[in-house]
Design a protein around this ligand. Sequence first.
Ligand code: DLL
Length: 434
Amino acid sequence: MIYNDEYETMPREALEAIQLRRLRNTLERVYATVPFYRRKFEKAGIKPDDIKSLEDMQKLPFTTKQDLRDNYPFGLFAVPLSQIVRIHASSGTTGKPTVVGYTKRDIQIWSELMARALAAAGATKSDIIHNAYGYGLFTGGLGVHYGAETLGASVIPVSGGNTRRQIMIMKDFKPTVLTCTPSYSLHLWKVAQEMGVDFKRDLSIRVGIFGAEPWSEKMRQDIEEKLGIDAVDIYGLSEIMGPGVAIECIEAKNGLHIFEDHFIPEIIDPNTGEVLPPGTPGELVLTTITKEGIPLIRYRTRDISTLYREPCKCGRTMVRMARVTGRTDDMLIVRGVNVFPSQIESVLMEHEGVAPHYVIIVDRERALDVLEVRVEVTEELFSDQVRKLQELEKKIEKNIKETLGISCKVKLVEPKSIERSMGKAKRVIDKREL
Ligand code: DLL
């Protein structure tokens, strides 16, 4: 179903006229209200008024996660805090998160875009939505929640964890739509099996809306077969809004429609910054054109994708992005939580006797991500009592859990035992099969 026919199927010319108008408004606004942008534009020798066409966008400087970090926490907000009604955050490259703020209107628009996204995946107001995305600073839970209410569906705000209870709720409340990370859907299936509950026979889920981490066509097939549902990909990031920046339509399940009346996408060569033509893979760059709280100009997502401009059989005229195949940086997503190796490194380095030689091993057990950190310690420490080493391992595990919000197993190993290839450390071994 198309939730907003007027915009989602608008002729390209009309859509692009709206984009240009909104872009110019946004540029005027950030230039006037955010010193960071004024400085950046001045340095590039550009004024908002110089942008007379969508092609002119290429003259604008990029914004990066580092810029958000340098202006932590609220430095990029374009409105006074009195107009901010919600704050979310996601992981930064070190201890400090990336912070975003929403005005009332931002929340309204986000809710409508999420309603559009749910509708594109085939949900209607008659559905019961089992929302197992985490509620909190992460945008997944609340993003889907507000969208479901806007659509008029019944939402079960079950959030993450307590899987056996989730299965019981699914059996008893009979939700028809499941929203969570793709890996968690497979974990739900496994736990259901152990409880003697058959997804196809005993539950009523018809469609799953999965995102927040990379997955593959193979994984889609696996989920669809095991759970007996349609599995649809949803994309978003907190810096730009949260879930609902783009979604696959259930009719084609072939690329995610970006809601272009609110975001302008570009694909660039991550090394040169040059804009690449449709059909060529590169780094996705997004510009928000209606956001009030924290508008972002040419934000480098670090996600690798491709844009397709061919029309889609669902009737939407909005461009499609290919499923995200990777990142241009070393960010990992572990159980839906974004993790940078540098964040783990800073926790490790807080402990005496621990050397900056480590490797992070990510794997999947019972469809859930598991993380192990192996780190070298000094000779003295390693030859100390085993009990002392074990205590330190537990302490580091606790600190990682407290700082990053993820559980992991820490193993202290002897000096020089972690492999270096050509002198270079390999920080991450990802054994997960997508
Ligand atoms: O993950 C928002 C979200 C919530 C999207 C629920 C979809 C569903 P962040 O925590 O800021 O926001 O993480 C954003 O996650 O830059 C991608 O690297 C990755 N990501 C999000 N969706 C997908 C997807 C939310 N469908 C980062 N496929 C993004 C692959 C995804 N990667």
